[in-house]
Write a protein that binds this ligand. Structure first.
Ligand SMILES: O=C(O)C1=C[C@@H](OP(=O)(O)O)[C@@H](O)[C@H](O)C1
Ligand SMILES: C=C(OP(=O)(O)O)C(=O)O
Length: 427
C-alpha cells in the first residue's frame, strides 16, 4: 500500500471501541446468566476471534454492526467444542480463554496464527496447572497448539513475575470456577484493571489490595449492559499524529481514560504536547473523555517502571513521536515488547531506521534521538503487527516521498477503519 505525506490532520474522530473491553464483554457475557447487551463493540479481527471461539462452545451471539447480544450460558454451561478454537492473532483471546477453560470439565484445543504460535503461554498455563487443570502443548504447554481439559480447581495465591493483565485475568477467571475457595494474584506493577471493573459490573465481588487482586470461587455472573468506550490504544495513533504532523488539530471522541491505561496522556504531557482532556464522564464502569490535540513542539523524555504497563501497546507510536522531539528519549523496563505480535523492540527500531530515524535497540527498550527528518521512498513492513502498521502509516504523513507499506491488512486486528479515519481528517 502506498502512503503519502500529509498537509495536516484536522477534524473529529469517533474512536472505535476498546479491544480489551470488547473481548471481556463477550467472554463474561458468555458465562453470565441472562442476556448481555454490548454497544460500541470493536469489530476488529481479534474480537471476532473471541466471538467465534464462544460460538463453538454453544453460546448464542448476535452481531449487528457495533451492537452485540450474548445469551449467557452460566459458568457451567459452555459445551465441549467439536472443532479447534482458533484465537487468530489475539493474545488476549488465547490467554483469557485458557483461564475459563481451566474450570470447564471438557476437552478443547486452542490454536492461533504464526505470531500466536511464538508467544509464551506458560505464564498462564503454569498457574492454571497449579490450580488443577490438565494442559499440554508444545514445550510443556508454553506454545500453541494447546490442549486443555478443565475440571475442579483449587484456589492459589500466585505471584506473577510479569505485570500482565492477561495473566491476572486468566487466573481470576479460573478462580471464579473453584468451589468457594479464594484465589489471589500479585503483580510487580499494576496492569490494566478492565477485568476487575467488568466482573464487578457482572455482579462479582473482587477484592483489590495494592498489587494483589483476589476473588472467591462459586460466584455467579449476572448479565450486564456494557457500553464500550473508545480505545485509547487506537486513539494514541491520532494523538501522536496530531502532535507531530504540522498544521494539525484533532478531537477524539469518547475515549476510555482508565488510569491503568492512560500512560500515553502522561507521556504527551511530559513531552510538552498541547493536549486537553474534556467532557470527562465517570458514571460508567470505565471513565471516558474527549481528547484534543494540536501540533506541538515536543521534547524527549524517559519512560520506565510503573508507567510501562500503562502504555505498553503505545510504545511503537511513542517511539515515532520521539523521532520528532528535541533531545533524547529513553524507553526502558519494556522487555515485554519482545513477546507481542512481533518483537516490537526489533520491528520498531528496524522499520524506523529505514525512514532515517536515529534509534537504537537496548535490552529492555530503545533510545531515540530527535529531532530527525523522516525520509520516504523506502519500503517498510508491519511484519503482520497491527500497531507497527499504524505507526508506520502515521510516519508516512511526515515523509516527502511516499512510503510503501507491506502487510497493511494487519491493521484490521484492532482498527479496521483506520485508513478511512486517516483519509477523512487528512487536509
Ligand atoms: O488484557 C488485555 O486486554 C491486554 C493486556 C496487555 O498484554 P499483557 O497482559 O501481556 O501485558 C496488552 O498488551 C494487550 O494488548 C491487551
Ligand atoms: C499485544 C496486543 O494484543 P494481544 O496481546 O491481545 O495480541 C496489542 O493489541 O497490541
Amino acid at each position: 500500500m502506498k502512503l503519502h505525506s500529509s498537509r495536516g490532520l484536522q477534524g473529529e474522530i469517533q474512536i472505535p471501541g476498546d479491544k480489551s473491553i470488547s473481548h471481556r464483554a463477550v467472554m463474561f457475557g458468555s458465562v453470565a446468566e441472562g442476556k448481555t447487551v454490548i454497544t460500541n463493540f470493536l469489530n476488529g479481527a481479534d474480537c471476532l476471534s473471541t466471538i467465534s471461539c464462544f460460538k463453538k462452545m454453544g453460546v448464542d451471539i448476535t452481531v449487528d454492526g457495533t451492537n452485540v447480544e450474548v445469551i449467557g450460558k452460566g459458568l457451567d454451561g459452555l459445551q465441549e467444542p467439536a472443532d479447534i478454537l482458533d484465537a487468530g492473532n489475539s493474545g488476549t483471546t488465547t490467554r483469557l480463554i485458557l483461564g475459563l477453560l481451566a474450570g470447564t470439565p471438557f476437552h478443547s484445543c486452542l490454536i492461533g496464527d504464526e505470531s500466536i504460535a511464538k508467544r509464551p503461554m506458560s505464564r498462564v498455563t503454569d498457574p492454571l496447572k497449579q490450580m488443577g487443570a490438565s494442559i499440554d502443548g508444545r514445550e510443556n504447554g508454553n506454545f500453541t497448539p494447546i490442549s486443555i481439559r478443565g475440571g475442579s480447581l483449587s484456589g492459589i495465591s500466585y505471584e506473577s513475575k510479569v505485570a500482565s493483565a492477561q495473566v491476572k485475568s486468566a487466573i481470576l477467571l479460573a478462580g471464579l470456577c473453584t468451589n468457594g475457595e479464594r484465589t489471589s494474584i500479585t503483580e510487580p506493577h499494576k496492569s490494566r484493571d478492565h477485568t476487575e471493573r467488568m466482573l464487578k459490573s457482572f455482579g462479582a465481588d473482587v477484592e483489590e489490595d495494592g498489587l494483589t487482586v483476589s476473588i472467591k470461587g462459586g460466584q455467579k455472573l449476572k448479565a450486564a449492559q456494557i457500553e464500550v468506550p473508545g480505545d485509547i490504544s487506537s486513539a494514541a495513533f491520532f494523538l501522536a499524529a496530531g502532535a507531530i504532523v504540522p498544521n494539525s488539530k484533532l478531537v477524539l471522541k469518547r475515549v476510555g481514560i482508565n488510569p491503568t491505561r492512560s500512560g500515553i496522556l502522561d507521556v504527551l504531557e511530559k513531552m510538552g504536547a498541547d493536549i486537553k482532556v474534556t467532557e470527562v464522564e465517570t458514571a460508567s464502569f470505565e471513565p471516558l473523555a474527549d481528547l484534543e490535540i494540536e501540533t506541538s513542539d515536543l521534547r524527549g523524555t524517559t519512560i520506565s517502571g510503573d508507567l510501562i504497563p500503562k502504555l505498553i501497546d503505545e510504545i511503537p507510536i511513542i517511539a515515532l513521536m520521539a523521532t520528532q522531539a528535541e533531545g533524547k528519549t529513553i524507553i526502558k523496563d519494556a522487555e515485554e515488547l519482545k513477546v507481542k505480535e512481533t518483537n516490537r523492540i526489533d520491528t520498531v527500531v528496524n522499520e524506523l531506521k529505514k525512514l532515517g530515524a536515529d534509534i537504537e535497540a537496548t535490552e529492555d527498550g530503545m533510545i531515540i534521538r530527535g529531532k530527525t527528518p523522516l525520509i520516504g521512498g523506502a519500503e517498510v513492513s508491519s511484519h503482520g503487527d497491527h500497531r507497527i502498521g499504524m505507526m508506520l502509516s502515521i510516519a508516512a504523513c511526515l515523509t516527502e516521498k511516499p512510503v510503501e507499506l507491506a502487510h497493511a491488512d494487519a491493521i484490521n486486528v484492532s482498527y479496521p477503519q483506520f485508513f478511512n479515519d486517516l483519509a477523512r481528517v487528512n487536509q
